[in-house]
Design a protein around this ligand. Sequence first.
Ligand code: SF4
Ligand code: SF4
Length: 356
Amino acid sequence: MAPRLTVVISQGQSQNPAKMGMEEEIVAQLLGEPGVDVTVIPHLYDLDSEGTGVLCLQGVTGDMVVLGRLFPRAIRWILDRHGVFGHAGTTLLEAEDEEEDEDQQLDGVEAKAKQRVIDTRQLPDRRIYCIDLRARPAAEAYVEEVRRIVQECQTSVVELSDWIQGDPKPEHMQKYLSPGTALNESRDATNRSGIVAGGDPTRIEEQPSRRWYPVIDYSRCTNCMECIDFCLFGVYGVDNVETILVEQPDNCRKGCPACSRVCPENAIMFPQHRTPGIAGDAEAVGGLKIDLSRLFGKPDDGPLDAAVRERDEQLELAGRDAVGRSTGIPRRRTGTQQRAKDVLDDLMDEVDAMDL
Ligand code: SF4
Ligand code: SF4
């Protein structure tokens, strides 16, 4: 029994005819593809967590491809936020890889050494492939990639243990069926090659308004809680096992990316931000790494200064007082790092220099 692959097209926010045309071209070409179910949703980032778009995504239990005008990392963690979990599938349509620089390699080594939130989770046995619709200019490349993924998924699910005793048992097969499809219904619809022909796309007609909120990459997040301390708008919270989450996304101040600059793991994305590293570009993450230890005795505090300034701007726009660095800036915990010198320290230095 061949598995079905759900392909989700996240529509762009703009009414640009060329972009909309390409999305519809992909849909049209995929409709004839065997083994593929096509679903069209409004822009993934804008979906209401209680809306039909999210319900539809949550109902997909098999392998899934999601295409949208977002970085693949952003797509993956927006889905995660909506309770759509799975292992990240590898696609061939990611941006051309640049050679990793030394900082990025170091970042990778450090990343392995730390406990990440994702290490505490059990993910369902399925893959989610996230593809940026800005990666290639024409529909054909995406359709080709979907065909390749169909083959990959069909190959990987033929588990020897399922077949060794003859026909696979229903409990082995059910996980490869479309959600809500009974085994017999699926068998009836199967053609002689064992593949179910594609039908009309499912279209989610929800019309969400544009949103702005942080998205957490739990493969990087260490649950350090620096973001919850820094944000003064009540956006972050914790779940029942004390894991950080974006609890009140719509409290976030439109256009403000401040906490993404403060997160020591670069785990916070704002998918609509113009800076690729903040919007979820995996290639740019290494270049954004912030070492808050620079606060203490070193002059290069650029990202933190920017974050503090952006937060103050939003506080003032909301009619509140700016707080500068007085609130939510973590002190480094290691004994080797120094705190910033204040007036008293300078005075003591001068006294020392006098060698009394
Ligand atoms: S600051 Fe970053 S690493 Fe720390 S809890 Fe928040 S998202 Fe996770
Ligand atoms: S961007 Fe600003 S308002 Fe939004 S969550 Fe981060 S600190 Fe809070």
